[in-house]
Design a protein around this ligand. Structure first.
Ligand code: GLN
Length: 467
């Protein structure tokens, strides 16, 4: 059922918000073995559901998402359960405020029922870096859920909730969406507020959602969007749900993302989607984007640099984990951070500190920022000729649990398709586009120019009807 239909039923009092919430919580308990959720916000969710039911009974407007249960990734500050970012550092952190987008969704009547598992501090692409255990893929439990927003993808795929929030810094919504067979949307940088979400890399962090249809993605995004005085990088709200079927679009398929080292089934899915776009009257052409091969290298310099700076605040003094029985301040910092961070967090802090250090800043960080500008210029040039770009979401379907854990570079390679739009701040949507020969879901990625979010989602929606 589409979210709008669900809301209509709640508003028409055919079904109660409370029943919706109870059903979601029961499903969440049913799928415990996937380890997709870190906590349930049951008490608060039921109380909010009752409030909404009362509002409706009194004939009041309960909002465009009245009574719709949802899940947030555990790096969103939200009431009702701790906000851990799946780390020991924040294991007992109860947020004193809620993220702007959570507030907005609540104001529209949506009800948060729980918080999902993720790679600690969102560093990863498999949800194996969680300090609290691995999340299993919704389709094949021997495979990873993808990440870092793996838990949110899995609860959407298994119909625990109609939508879930993730964060996408370099692919953390799109890649798990692809691995679990749902839609995952990373908006234009600045469309939705970052306020109240645990920071990873401030120049590419975006707040987006998972759902099972383009209409649902559009509706949820329309509520999340907008300028927030507490996040100075947010844009004035330009997002307007587009209902017209897009026609005669020019779509570029990036040649460098369709090479022989990309899984055959993945390439077949992209080619098949291109054929379907053509059948719908659009033009699809191969285009070159030479700098895309440097995107991963750029990302793994710029992002760790920002991580090392953002994670400096966890010093064991102000909030978060504080080591016991220490004698000196240096020991307090060292032990608190040593206990609170997982290996991948530490790796990134070290890389980031290194590339920002005085002797290496010019050679690495500055060089990476220059290369990032080259990449952005190439995207801009392509968008002068093409409306949208098409490429795989990930080079492979979901990989096995444990398969890449010993080799960080192999793990980073899974991000090769998702980091380019992130570095350029562009909107990108992963849509389900078939299955591998092993039966695993495969997603394809549509990328638009900045602020084309609504048109991008509309294109995906128009294609759903044509399966
Ligand atoms: N997998 C990517 C990384 O590890 C993306 C993470 C994210 O988007 N939060 O950095």
């Amino acid at each position: 059922m589409k979210i709008t239909e669900l809301v209509q039923q709640v508003v028409a009092r055919k079904i109660k918000a409370r029943e919706q919430v109870e059903a979601s919580i029961a499903k969440a308990r049913d799928i415990k073995e996937y380890h997709a959720l870190l906590s349930l916000t049951e008490g608060r969710a039921l109380a909010r559901a009752d409030e909404i039911d009362t509002k409706i009974a009194n004939g009041k407007d309960a909002g465009v998402l009245a009574g719709v249960p949802f899940v947030v990734k555990d790096n969103y500050l939200a009431f009702g359960a701790p906000t851990t970012a799946a780390s020991k550092m924040l294991e007992h952190f109860n947020a004193p405020l809620q993220a702007t987008v959570v507030e907005k969704l609540e104001a529209a009547g949506a009800i948060c029922i729980g918080k999902s598992n993720m790679d600690a501090f969102a560093h990863g692409g498999s949800t194996e870096n969680s300090a609290f255990g691995v999340t299993h893929n919704a389709v094949d439990t021997t495979k990873v859920a993808g990440g870092s927003s793996g838990g949110s993808a899995v609860v959407t795929a298994l119909d625990v909730v109609p939508f879930a929030l993730g964060t996408d810094t370099g692919g953390s919504i799109r890649q798990p969406a692809s691995f679990n067979g749902v839609l995952g949307f990373k908006p234009t940088y600045g469309l939705s507020s970052r306020y109240g979400v645990v920071a990873m890399a401030s120049s590419t962090d975006t707040m987006g959602c998972f759902a099972k249809s383009a209409d649902d993605i559009a509706l949820v995004t329309s509520v999340m969007a907008g300028r927030d005085p507490r996040d100075m990088t947010t844009l004035p709200d330009y997002f307007e749900v587009q209902h017209d079927v897009p026609k005669n679009l020019k779509i570029g398929m990036i040649r460098e993302t369709m090479t022989a080292d990309v899984d055959t089934d993945v390439r077949a899915a992209v080619n098949n989607y291109a054929d379907r776009l053509r059948a719908a009257g659009h033009t699809v052409e191969m285009v070159a984007m030479p700098s895309i091969k440097h995107a991963l290298a750029i990302y793994y310099i710029v992002v760790p640099a920002e991580i090392s700076s953002n994670l400096a605040r966890y010093d064991g003094v102000r909030y978060g984990r504080r080591a016991e029985g220490v004698k000196t301040l240096a020991e307090l910092y060292g032990r608190s951070r040593g206990e609170g961070f997982v290996t991948e967090n530490k790796r990134r802090i070290m890389i980031g500190s290194y590339v920002l250090s005085s002797g290496f800043f010019d050679a690495y960080y500055l060089q990476a920022q220059k290369a990032r500008t080259v990449l952005i210029n190439e995207f801009n040039a392509l968008f002068e000729q093409y409306d949208f770009l098409l490429m795989p979401t990930a080079p492979t379907p979901a990989f096995g649990i444990g398969e890449n854990t010993d080799d960080p570079v192999k793990m980073y390679l899974a991000d090769v398709m998702t980091v380019p739009p992130s570095l350029a701040g562009l909107p990108a949507l992963s849509v389900p586009a078939g299955t591998s020969t092993q039966g695993l879901p495969i997603g394809v990625q549509l990328v638009g120019r900045a602020k084309s979010d609504a048109a991008l989602i509309a294109l995906a929606g128009s294609m759903e009807a044509r399966v």
